[in-house]
Design a binder for this molecule. Structure first.
Ligand code: NIG
Ligand code: FE
Length: 418
Protein backbone atom coordinates (compact mmCIF):
# COMPACT_ATOMS: atom_id res chain seq x y z
CA UNK A 1 0.00 0.00 0.00
CA UNK A 2 1.31 3.39 -1.05
CA UNK A 3 0.12 6.74 0.24
CA UNK A 4 1.07 10.08 -1.19
CA UNK A 5 0.26 13.21 0.80
CA UNK A 6 0.31 16.34 -1.35
CA UNK A 7 -0.03 20.09 -0.80
CA UNK A 8 1.53 19.97 2.67
CA UNK A 9 1.88 23.53 4.03
CA UNK A 10 5.00 22.53 5.98
CA UNK A 11 6.52 19.08 6.42
CA UNK A 12 7.96 19.32 9.92
CA UNK A 13 10.99 17.53 11.42
CA UNK A 14 11.90 15.82 8.16
CA UNK A 15 15.44 14.80 7.30
CA UNK A 16 17.25 12.15 5.26
CA UNK A 17 19.04 10.98 8.37
CA UNK A 18 17.90 11.79 11.89
CA UNK A 19 19.86 12.63 15.03
CA UNK A 20 19.41 10.33 18.02
CA UNK A 21 18.40 13.43 20.02
CA UNK A 22 18.67 17.22 19.93
CA UNK A 23 20.12 18.86 23.04
CA UNK A 24 20.51 22.42 24.31
CA UNK A 25 20.73 24.97 21.48
CA UNK A 26 20.10 22.25 18.87
CA UNK A 27 16.53 22.02 20.07
CA UNK A 28 15.76 25.25 18.19
CA UNK A 29 16.55 23.35 14.98
CA UNK A 30 13.57 21.71 13.34
CA UNK A 31 14.18 20.85 9.68
CA UNK A 32 11.17 21.52 7.45
CA UNK A 33 10.09 21.76 3.83
CA UNK A 34 7.43 24.23 2.76
CA UNK A 35 4.84 23.23 0.18
CA UNK A 36 5.81 19.58 0.29
CA UNK A 37 4.75 16.01 -0.52
CA UNK A 38 5.36 12.84 1.49
CA UNK A 39 5.30 9.24 0.26
CA UNK A 40 4.57 6.28 2.55
CA UNK A 41 5.04 2.67 1.50
CA UNK A 42 4.51 -0.61 3.39
CA UNK A 43 4.01 1.22 6.66
CA UNK A 44 7.28 3.18 6.40
CA UNK A 45 8.30 6.67 5.36
CA UNK A 46 9.47 6.26 1.75
CA UNK A 47 10.37 9.70 0.41
CA UNK A 48 9.51 13.41 0.51
CA UNK A 49 10.18 16.58 -1.42
CA UNK A 50 8.87 19.94 -2.60
CA UNK A 51 5.64 20.14 -4.62
CA UNK A 52 7.57 21.71 -7.49
CA UNK A 53 9.43 18.39 -7.71
CA UNK A 54 6.23 16.32 -7.50
CA UNK A 55 7.23 12.75 -8.35
CA UNK A 56 6.18 11.50 -11.78
CA UNK A 57 3.82 8.65 -11.09
CA UNK A 58 2.98 6.30 -13.94
CA UNK A 59 0.34 4.15 -12.25
CA UNK A 60 -1.99 6.33 -10.13
CA UNK A 61 -4.41 3.49 -9.43
CA UNK A 62 -2.20 1.80 -6.85
CA UNK A 63 -1.90 4.97 -4.83
CA UNK A 64 -4.00 6.47 -2.11
CA UNK A 65 -3.62 10.23 -2.47
CA UNK A 66 -4.37 12.59 0.41
CA UNK A 67 -4.63 16.31 -0.25
CA UNK A 68 -3.41 18.09 2.91
CA UNK A 69 -4.78 21.38 1.48
CA UNK A 70 -2.12 23.42 3.25
CA UNK A 71 -2.26 21.48 6.52
CA UNK A 72 1.05 20.69 8.19
CA UNK A 73 2.46 17.16 8.51
CA UNK A 74 4.43 16.24 11.64
CA UNK A 75 5.80 13.06 13.21
CA UNK A 76 3.17 11.62 15.57
CA UNK A 77 3.76 12.51 19.22
CA UNK A 78 6.04 10.30 21.33
CA UNK A 79 4.77 10.28 24.93
CA UNK A 80 7.55 8.80 27.07
CA UNK A 81 5.88 8.84 30.51
CA UNK A 82 2.37 7.56 31.28
CA UNK A 83 0.36 5.40 33.66
CA UNK A 84 -2.37 4.62 31.10
CA UNK A 85 -3.42 1.29 32.71
CA UNK A 86 -5.57 2.02 35.77
CA UNK A 87 -8.83 0.80 37.23
CA UNK A 88 -10.68 3.95 38.27
CA UNK A 89 -10.66 7.71 38.10
CA UNK A 90 -10.06 9.70 41.34
CA UNK A 91 -12.21 12.81 41.10
CA UNK A 92 -13.07 12.43 44.82
CA UNK A 93 -9.46 13.34 45.62
CA UNK A 94 -9.69 16.21 43.14
CA UNK A 95 -12.60 17.58 45.21
CA UNK A 96 -10.56 17.11 48.40
CA UNK A 97 -7.78 19.19 46.87
CA UNK A 98 -10.25 21.89 45.83
CA UNK A 99 -11.30 22.00 49.47
CA UNK A 100 -7.71 22.60 50.56
CA UNK A 101 -5.92 19.27 51.07
CA UNK A 102 -2.60 18.77 49.28
CA UNK A 103 -1.66 15.77 47.11
CA UNK A 104 0.73 14.62 49.85
CA UNK A 105 -1.91 14.97 52.61
CA UNK A 106 -4.35 12.86 50.57
CA UNK A 107 -1.65 10.22 50.05
CA UNK A 108 -0.88 10.15 53.79
CA UNK A 109 -4.57 9.38 54.49
CA UNK A 110 -4.31 6.23 52.32
CA UNK A 111 -5.53 7.91 49.13
CA UNK A 112 -3.39 8.53 46.06
CA UNK A 113 -1.39 5.64 44.65
CA UNK A 114 -2.68 3.23 47.35
CA UNK A 115 -6.27 4.15 46.44
CA UNK A 116 -5.53 3.23 42.79
CA UNK A 117 -3.86 -0.02 43.92
CA UNK A 118 -6.97 -1.06 45.91
CA UNK A 119 -9.20 -0.49 42.90
CA UNK A 120 -6.82 -2.29 40.54
CA UNK A 121 -6.62 -5.38 42.74
CA UNK A 122 -10.37 -5.85 42.25
CA UNK A 123 -10.43 -5.53 38.46
CA UNK A 124 -9.89 -8.41 36.03
CA UNK A 125 -7.05 -8.42 33.54
CA UNK A 126 -9.56 -8.37 30.66
CA UNK A 127 -11.40 -5.34 31.97
CA UNK A 128 -8.17 -3.43 32.59
CA UNK A 129 -7.14 -4.28 29.05
CA UNK A 130 -10.42 -3.13 27.47
CA UNK A 131 -10.37 0.17 29.37
CA UNK A 132 -6.75 0.92 28.56
CA UNK A 133 -7.29 0.00 24.90
CA UNK A 134 -10.14 2.51 24.70
CA UNK A 135 -7.92 5.20 26.28
CA UNK A 136 -5.22 4.49 23.70
CA UNK A 137 -7.78 4.85 20.90
CA UNK A 138 -8.57 8.36 22.14
CA UNK A 139 -4.88 9.24 22.44
CA UNK A 140 -4.31 8.05 18.88
CA UNK A 141 -6.91 10.54 17.62
CA UNK A 142 -5.00 13.22 19.52
CA UNK A 143 -1.85 12.37 17.60
CA UNK A 144 0.03 10.03 19.95
CA UNK A 145 1.93 7.44 17.93
CA UNK A 146 4.26 6.00 20.59
CA UNK A 147 3.75 5.72 24.31
CA UNK A 148 5.44 4.36 27.43
CA UNK A 149 3.12 2.75 29.98
CA UNK A 150 4.07 1.96 33.59
CA UNK A 151 2.87 -0.59 36.09
CA UNK A 152 2.86 0.68 39.68
CA UNK A 153 -0.81 0.47 40.68
CA UNK A 154 -0.41 -3.19 41.63
CA UNK A 155 2.10 -3.14 44.51
CA UNK A 156 1.71 -6.90 45.08
CA UNK A 157 3.42 -9.60 43.06
CA UNK A 158 0.16 -10.71 41.42
CA UNK A 159 -1.21 -7.27 40.68
CA UNK A 160 2.07 -5.86 39.30
CA UNK A 161 2.35 -8.86 36.97
CA UNK A 162 -1.32 -8.44 36.00
CA UNK A 163 -0.65 -4.83 34.97
CA UNK A 164 2.45 -5.77 33.00
CA UNK A 165 0.59 -8.56 31.19
CA UNK A 166 -2.09 -6.05 30.23
CA UNK A 167 0.60 -3.73 28.84
CA UNK A 168 2.11 -6.65 26.91
CA UNK A 169 -1.27 -7.42 25.31
CA UNK A 170 -1.72 -3.75 24.43
CA UNK A 171 1.74 -3.79 22.84
CA UNK A 172 0.77 -6.76 20.71
CA UNK A 173 -2.62 -5.44 19.63
CA UNK A 174 -2.77 -1.64 19.57
CA UNK A 175 -1.44 0.37 16.60
CA UNK A 176 0.36 2.81 18.92
CA UNK A 177 3.97 1.67 19.50
CA UNK A 178 4.20 0.83 23.21
CA UNK A 179 7.06 0.43 25.69
CA UNK A 180 6.51 -1.13 29.13
CA UNK A 181 8.00 0.08 32.40
CA UNK A 182 8.03 -1.85 35.67
CA UNK A 183 7.18 0.56 38.52
CA UNK A 184 6.73 -1.82 41.44
CA UNK A 185 8.62 0.84 43.45
CA UNK A 186 5.81 3.41 43.14
CA UNK A 187 4.81 3.45 46.83
CA UNK A 188 5.15 1.22 49.88
CA UNK A 189 1.93 -0.77 50.46
CA UNK A 190 0.42 -0.10 53.93
CA UNK A 191 1.57 -3.45 55.36
CA UNK A 192 5.17 -2.59 54.40
CA UNK A 193 5.18 1.04 55.63
CA UNK A 194 7.46 0.04 58.49
CA UNK A 195 9.16 -2.81 56.65
CA UNK A 196 10.75 -1.28 53.57
CA UNK A 197 13.20 -4.19 53.40
CA UNK A 198 10.34 -6.66 53.03
CA UNK A 199 8.78 -4.86 50.04
CA UNK A 200 12.11 -4.22 48.32
CA UNK A 201 12.94 -7.92 48.72
CA UNK A 202 9.61 -8.80 47.14
CA UNK A 203 10.36 -6.50 44.16
CA UNK A 204 13.84 -7.96 43.69
CA UNK A 205 13.24 -11.63 44.46
CA UNK A 206 9.63 -12.19 43.43
CA UNK A 207 8.62 -9.63 40.79
CA UNK A 208 11.78 -9.03 38.74
CA UNK A 209 12.54 -12.73 38.05
CA UNK A 210 9.05 -13.28 36.53
CA UNK A 211 9.31 -10.03 34.55
CA UNK A 212 12.56 -11.33 33.10
CA UNK A 213 11.16 -14.80 32.45
CA UNK A 214 8.06 -13.50 30.61
CA UNK A 215 9.73 -10.51 28.95
CA UNK A 216 7.20 -8.16 30.54
CA UNK A 217 9.14 -4.87 30.65
CA UNK A 218 11.65 -2.70 28.80
CA UNK A 219 12.37 -0.23 31.59
CA UNK A 220 12.46 -0.01 35.38
CA UNK A 221 11.17 2.99 37.33
CA UNK A 222 11.11 4.13 40.97
CA UNK A 223 9.35 7.05 42.69
CA UNK A 224 12.29 8.59 44.57
CA UNK A 225 10.71 11.12 46.90
CA UNK A 226 10.31 12.07 50.56
CA UNK A 227 7.83 9.54 52.02
CA UNK A 228 8.39 7.11 49.12
CA UNK A 229 11.76 5.57 48.07
CA UNK A 230 15.11 7.02 49.17
CA UNK A 231 17.97 7.42 46.67
CA UNK A 232 19.70 4.42 48.28
CA UNK A 233 16.58 2.25 48.02
CA UNK A 234 16.12 3.36 44.40
CA UNK A 235 19.74 2.50 43.55
CA UNK A 236 19.33 -1.05 44.86
CA UNK A 237 16.07 -1.60 42.94
CA UNK A 238 17.40 -0.14 39.69
CA UNK A 239 20.50 -2.30 39.95
CA UNK A 240 18.36 -5.44 40.21
CA UNK A 241 16.49 -4.32 37.08
CA UNK A 242 19.69 -3.56 35.18
CA UNK A 243 20.90 -7.08 35.90
CA UNK A 244 17.97 -8.51 33.93
CA UNK A 245 18.29 -6.00 31.08
CA UNK A 246 15.85 -3.27 32.17
CA UNK A 247 16.95 0.35 31.62
CA UNK A 248 16.17 2.84 34.41
CA UNK A 249 13.76 5.76 33.83
CA UNK A 250 12.74 7.37 37.08
CA UNK A 251 10.40 9.72 38.95
CA UNK A 252 12.58 12.24 40.83
CA UNK A 253 12.35 15.76 42.32
CA UNK A 254 8.56 16.08 42.12
CA UNK A 255 8.18 17.65 45.56
CA UNK A 256 11.68 17.65 47.08
CA UNK A 257 15.31 17.42 45.97
CA UNK A 258 16.81 14.54 48.00
CA UNK A 259 19.66 13.32 45.81
CA UNK A 260 17.53 11.35 43.35
CA UNK A 261 19.09 12.99 40.29
CA UNK A 262 22.62 12.06 41.29
CA UNK A 263 21.56 8.50 42.15
CA UNK A 264 19.69 8.12 38.83
CA UNK A 265 22.70 9.36 36.85
CA UNK A 266 24.96 6.96 38.73
CA UNK A 267 22.58 4.18 37.64
CA UNK A 268 22.84 5.28 33.97
CA UNK A 269 19.17 6.27 33.79
CA UNK A 270 17.81 6.94 30.31
CA UNK A 271 15.59 9.69 31.70
CA UNK A 272 14.81 11.59 34.88
CA UNK A 273 11.18 12.64 34.99
CA UNK A 274 9.12 15.31 36.87
CA UNK A 275 11.94 17.72 37.97
CA UNK A 276 9.53 20.28 39.44
CA UNK A 277 11.92 21.03 42.35
CA UNK A 278 15.50 21.39 41.13
CA UNK A 279 18.62 22.90 42.69
CA UNK A 280 21.20 24.65 40.49
CA UNK A 281 23.38 21.59 40.89
CA UNK A 282 20.57 19.21 39.87
CA UNK A 283 20.02 21.26 36.71
CA UNK A 284 23.64 21.31 35.70
CA UNK A 285 24.18 17.57 36.39
CA UNK A 286 21.27 16.55 34.13
CA UNK A 287 22.11 19.14 31.49
CA UNK A 288 25.62 17.78 31.03
CA UNK A 289 24.54 14.13 30.85
CA UNK A 290 23.13 11.78 28.20
CA UNK A 291 20.08 11.35 30.42
CA UNK A 292 16.90 12.95 29.07
CA UNK A 293 15.28 15.65 31.23
CA UNK A 294 11.53 14.98 31.14
CA UNK A 295 9.10 17.73 32.17
CA UNK A 296 5.44 16.87 32.81
CA UNK A 297 3.61 20.21 32.56
CA UNK A 298 0.05 18.87 32.75
CA UNK A 299 0.90 17.35 36.15
CA UNK A 300 2.13 20.74 37.36
CA UNK A 301 -1.01 22.37 35.96
CA UNK A 302 -3.38 19.88 37.58
CA UNK A 303 -1.69 19.77 41.01
CA UNK A 304 -0.74 23.45 41.09
CA UNK A 305 2.91 22.67 41.73
CA UNK A 306 5.97 24.32 40.09
CA UNK A 307 6.78 23.56 36.45
CA UNK A 308 10.06 21.80 35.63
CA UNK A 309 12.66 24.46 34.70
CA UNK A 310 12.87 23.38 31.05
CA UNK A 311 14.24 26.78 29.94
CA UNK A 312 17.21 26.57 32.31
CA UNK A 313 17.77 22.88 31.55
CA UNK A 314 17.81 23.47 27.79
CA UNK A 315 19.92 26.64 28.10
CA UNK A 316 22.50 24.54 29.98
CA UNK A 317 22.47 21.87 27.26
CA UNK A 318 19.93 19.25 28.35
CA UNK A 319 18.14 16.72 26.15
CA UNK A 320 14.72 18.24 26.87
CA UNK A 321 11.62 16.06 26.72
CA UNK A 322 7.98 16.72 27.52
CA UNK A 323 5.50 13.95 28.31
CA UNK A 324 1.94 13.70 29.60
CA UNK A 325 2.22 11.60 32.82
CA UNK A 326 -1.37 10.48 32.05
CA UNK A 327 -2.67 8.92 35.30
CA UNK A 328 -5.82 9.10 37.46
CA UNK A 329 -4.23 11.02 40.35
CA UNK A 330 -1.93 13.81 39.24
CA UNK A 331 -2.72 14.11 35.49
CA UNK A 332 -6.05 12.71 34.31
CA UNK A 333 -5.36 13.76 30.73
CA UNK A 334 -3.03 12.33 28.07
CA UNK A 335 -3.45 15.06 25.44
CA UNK A 336 0.03 15.78 24.07
CA UNK A 337 -1.22 18.82 22.14
CA UNK A 338 -1.82 20.49 25.49
CA UNK A 339 1.61 19.35 26.70
CA UNK A 340 3.15 20.99 23.61
CA UNK A 341 1.29 24.22 24.34
CA UNK A 342 2.17 24.22 28.04
CA UNK A 343 5.83 23.67 27.22
CA UNK A 344 5.68 27.00 25.40
CA UNK A 345 3.24 28.91 27.61
CA UNK A 346 4.43 27.80 31.05
CA UNK A 347 8.00 26.62 30.44
CA UNK A 348 9.04 29.27 27.92
CA UNK A 349 10.09 26.84 25.23
CA UNK A 350 9.92 27.88 21.58
CA UNK A 351 7.48 25.91 19.39
CA UNK A 352 10.47 24.22 17.70
CA UNK A 353 11.89 23.17 21.08
CA UNK A 354 8.55 21.93 22.32
CA UNK A 355 8.03 19.87 19.15
CA UNK A 356 11.53 18.38 19.36
CA UNK A 357 10.72 17.54 22.99
CA UNK A 358 7.70 15.41 22.02
CA UNK A 359 9.06 13.90 18.79
CA UNK A 360 12.83 13.31 18.35
CA UNK A 361 13.64 13.54 22.07
CA UNK A 362 10.48 11.74 23.22
CA UNK A 363 11.50 8.81 21.02
CA UNK A 364 15.02 8.91 22.53
CA UNK A 365 13.51 8.67 26.03
CA UNK A 366 11.84 5.38 24.97
CA UNK A 367 14.80 3.86 23.06
CA UNK A 368 12.84 4.44 19.83
CA UNK A 369 15.16 6.84 17.98
CA UNK A 370 15.77 4.40 15.15
CA UNK A 371 12.10 3.74 14.49
CA UNK A 372 10.23 6.94 15.33
CA UNK A 373 10.39 10.61 16.27
CA UNK A 374 11.04 12.19 12.86
CA UNK A 375 10.00 12.00 9.22
CA UNK A 376 12.96 10.08 7.89
CA UNK A 377 13.09 7.37 5.20
CA UNK A 378 12.76 3.83 6.63
CA UNK A 379 11.23 5.04 9.92
CA UNK A 380 7.71 3.88 10.84
CA UNK A 381 5.11 6.05 9.09
CA UNK A 382 3.42 7.60 12.14
CA UNK A 383 2.32 11.08 11.10
CA UNK A 384 -0.16 13.78 12.00
CA UNK A 385 -1.90 15.90 9.36
CA UNK A 386 -3.19 19.20 10.74
CA UNK A 387 -5.95 21.45 9.51
CA UNK A 388 -4.61 24.26 7.30
CA UNK A 389 -2.65 26.84 9.33
CA UNK A 390 -0.30 29.73 8.65
CA UNK A 391 2.63 28.88 10.91
CA UNK A 392 3.94 26.32 13.37
CA UNK A 393 3.43 28.75 16.25
CA UNK A 394 -0.33 28.44 15.71
CA UNK A 395 -0.25 24.95 17.28
CA UNK A 396 0.77 26.01 20.82
CA UNK A 397 -0.88 29.43 20.41
CA UNK A 398 -4.31 27.91 19.81
CA UNK A 399 -4.06 25.78 22.98
CA UNK A 400 -7.15 23.68 23.59
CA UNK A 401 -8.23 23.82 19.94
CA UNK A 402 -7.90 20.49 18.15
CA UNK A 403 -5.89 21.20 15.01
CA UNK A 404 -5.49 17.55 13.99
CA UNK A 405 -7.40 16.44 10.93
CA UNK A 406 -5.92 12.97 10.36
CA UNK A 407 -3.51 10.57 12.02
CA UNK A 408 -1.60 7.86 10.15
CA UNK A 409 -0.03 5.09 12.25
CA UNK A 410 2.08 2.33 10.69
CA UNK A 411 1.12 3.72 7.29
CA UNK A 412 -2.61 3.19 7.95
CA UNK A 413 -5.01 6.07 7.60
CA UNK A 414 -7.51 6.75 10.37
CA UNK A 415 -10.98 8.13 9.63
CA UNK A 416 -10.90 11.86 9.08
CA UNK A 417 -11.18 13.30 12.58
CA UNK A 418 -13.44 16.29 12.13
O1 NIG B 1 3.89 10.63 38.07
N1 NIG B 1 4.40 10.82 41.33
C1 NIG B 1 4.22 9.63 41.21
N2 NIG B 1 3.40 9.01 40.38
C2 NIG B 1 2.40 9.61 39.53
C3 NIG B 1 1.12 9.90 40.20
C4 NIG B 1 0.51 8.72 40.77
C5 NIG B 1 -0.87 8.90 41.28
O2 NIG B 1 -1.19 9.88 41.97
O3 NIG B 1 -1.66 8.01 40.99
C6 NIG B 1 2.97 10.83 38.84
O4 NIG B 1 2.53 11.96 39.05
FE1 FE C 1 4.39 9.50 36.56
Amino acid sequence: MKILIKNIGQLINCSETAPVYRRGGEMKTLPLIENAWLAIENGLIADFGEMKDWPGISDWSKLEIIDAEGGFVLPAWCDSHTHTVFAATREGEFLDRLKGLTYQEIAEKGGGILNSANKLSLMSEDELYEQAYARLDKLKELGTGAIEIKSGYGLTVDAELKMLRVIKRLKENHPITIKATFLGAHAFPLEYKKNHRGYIDSIINEMIPVIKEEGLADFIDCFCETGYFSPEEMTEILQAGIEVGLTPKVHVNQFTSIGGIQAALNSQALSVDHLEVMTEEDISLVAKSECAAVGLPSCSFFLGIPYAPMRALIDEGAIGVLASDYNPGSTPNGNMNLVLAMGCIKQKMLPEESINAITTNGAYAMHLSKELGSITPEKIANVIITKPMESLAYLPYSFGENMISQVILNGKISEEIS
